[in-house]
Write a protein that binds this ligand. Structure first.
Ligand code: HEC
Length: 191
């Protein structure tokens, strides 16, 4: 318990001094790979999501996100050898519930946003002990855009709401506004 507390203070201190810049020379190479992975994830998901929205509307696109987003994460995990995931303080997906490290980082990003730092510039990485294994962890917040509001906003159409309820009875991922931090990419790699 005492040990866990010391560790969590250490993480907070590291986060507090980071201003989200990835400035640790020890993790520079891994940071670069993480940024590339985040880009890849977005590049695979966003154009297809836009396409699905345009051609079938949000209810159709919901089914797409439901099956395709976890598939993309699994494919990327396989091809990279990393653990590739997305998390949120208000999770929807089955693997989106953040752990302690992720919660700390997400809260820190919220504080940074309040102080005027652009969400797009934020990212944080650290080498931590995970189940006795030296592990590199990376987290980068994802901002809410206009197109996201159909499924994550404050006014969800009844048909979308119904489908959401069907697919995610415990869904928390609504009520967002443009510019809010919707969640984050969270990657890890055992060293
Ligand atoms: C058509 C509906 C729809 C739209 C539009 C949409 N999402 Fe989602 N989003 C979903 C669904 C469904 C999931 C859950 C996927 C799963 O089961 O893993 C999800 C999950 C997420 C997650 C993972 C965390 C969580 O809570 O599961 C993030 C982050 C996210 N969306 C961000 C965005 C952003 C940013 C946009 C706009 C660019 C967006 N979404 C647009 C439906 C949508």
């Amino acid at each position: 318990m005492a040990h866990a507390l010391i560790k969590s203070i250490a993480i907070t201190a590291a986060l507090a001094s980071s201003t989200s810049a990835l400035a640790n020379p020890e993790t520079q190479q891994l940071d670069k790979q993480s940024m590339a992975l985040a880009k890849q994830f977005l590049g695979k998901l966003k154009p297809q999501l836009m396409h699905a929205m345009k051609n079938g509307g949000p209810v159709h696109a919901l089914s797409f996100c439901n099956t395709k987003a976890p598939e993309i994460a699994a494919d990327l995990s396989k091809s990279s050898g990393w653990h590739v995931n997305r998390v949120s303080m208000k999770p929807r997906g089955a693997t989106a519930t953040p752990d302690k490290w992720e919660i700390k980082a997400l809260k820190h990003f919220e504080a940074e946003k309040m102080s005027g730092i652009p969400v797009k510039q934020m990212a944080y990485s650290e080498i931590v002990d995970m189940n006795g294994k030296k592990t590199y962890r990376f987290i980068k917040p994802i901002p809410t855009g206009g197109v996201c509001l159909a499924c994550h906003g404050t006014h969800i159409a009844p048909a979308v709401q119904q489908k959401l309820h069907e697919l995610y009875p415990r869904d928390k991922a609504v009520g967002y506004h443009i510019g809010d931090i919707r969640g984050a990419f969270s990657f890890s790699k055992t060293l």
